[in-house]
Design a protein around this ligand. Structure first.
Ligand SMILES: NC(=O)c1ccc[n+]([C@@H]2O[C@H](COP(=O)([O-])OP(=O)(O)OC[C@H]3O[C@@H](n4cnc5c(N)ncnc54)[C@H](OP(=O)(O)O)[C@@H]3O)[C@@H](O)[C@H]2O)c1
Length: 239
């Protein structure tokens, strides 16, 4: 498929999956709007880059408006920015830490969805980057599992509410070797009992690449034949 000229936004694009995905989109001729607290380094005439916190609704709105004004109405918005921490058992999770976590991982995505609804193309796809941890509890990941489960339900509600060319998916991208995985691998087993299985993933290099995830997201957004039936989607491991 030809994706040239499409307009896509990727939040959390200063590093990790977001940065890789934005570069892969761009390599396909997609015009990209990118943001994170650290300004993404991607540059060029078909790029709008901003430093912002996704919990700042006004900054996010200004960014979305600038993307639409400069690059055109937005065809694809990827709510990718998220945090994993704190990794602690629920008994040690402070309400302040949980509130900040949910503010980024859930409210940040809600705000992103609202900006996208205001600046989307006639046919527009929202992809919320979820996780397998939305579907299953992991000891130490109370905040993260709760936030990604909330994101899946939020996505399903949006799908029920919005019509007219708007589509939304909550996609678990598989395991990608980013800073988030490095944080997991450096967490003591007392706080994350599944540590060994994540060390094994690294030993086996059993990861999805950012290029693979980007290609799957473009198919979900723009290839009608590849559109998932359900809102909540889990990418297959890369062959
Ligand atoms: N890596 C995996 O194996 C994996 C598996 C399943 C799902 N995911 C999901 O994939 C997405 C990307 O994860 P990743 O592994 O690439 O994580 P990462 O390496 O930690 O990168 C996270 C990105 O989000 C940005 N970010 C964090 N908080 C932000 C905020 N408040 N406002 C704006 N930007 C913010 C970070 O930039 P700044 O710090 O500069 O703001 C960074 O660009 C996340 O939604 C994650 O939950 C990852």
């Amino acid at each position: 498929m030809d994706f040239a000229g499409k307009v896509a936004v990727v939040t959390g694009a200063s590093r990790g999956l977001g940065a890789g995905m934005a570069a892969a989109f761009r390599a396909q001729g997609v015009k990209v709007g990118v943001c994170a607290r650290t300004r993404p380094s991607l540059e060029g005439p078909d790029v709008v880059s901003a430093s912002l916190d996704v919990t700042d609704g006004e900054a996010l709105e200004a960014f979305g408006a600038e993307v639409a004004r400069t690059l055109g109405p937005i065809d694809l918005w990827v709510n990718n920015a998220a945090i994993l921490t704190p990794i602690v058992f629920a008994r040690d999770l402070s309400s302040a830490d949980l509130a900040r976590h949910l503010e980024i991982n859930v409210i940040g995505c809600l705000l992103g969805a609202q900006v996208f609804l205001r600046h989307r193309a006639e046919e527009g796809t929202l992809i919320n980057v979820s996780s397998g941890s939305a579907l299953k509890g992991y000891a130490g990941w109370t905040a993260y599992c709760a936030s990604k489960a909330a994101l899946d339900r939020l996505s399903e509600c949006l799908a029920e509410e919005e019509g007219g060319g708007f589509r939304v998916f909550s996609v678990a991208p598989g395991v990608i070797d980013t800073d988030m995985q490095r944080t997991i691998r450096s967490t003591p087993k007392e706080r994350f009992p599944l540590l060994d299985s994540f060390l094994q993933l690294k030993a086996d290099e059993a990861f999805n690449s950012t290029e693979y995830v980007a290609a799957e997201f473009l198919k979900i957004a723009f290839d009608p034949a590849a559109a998932p039936v359900e809102v909540v989607v889990r990418l297959a491991p890369q062959a």
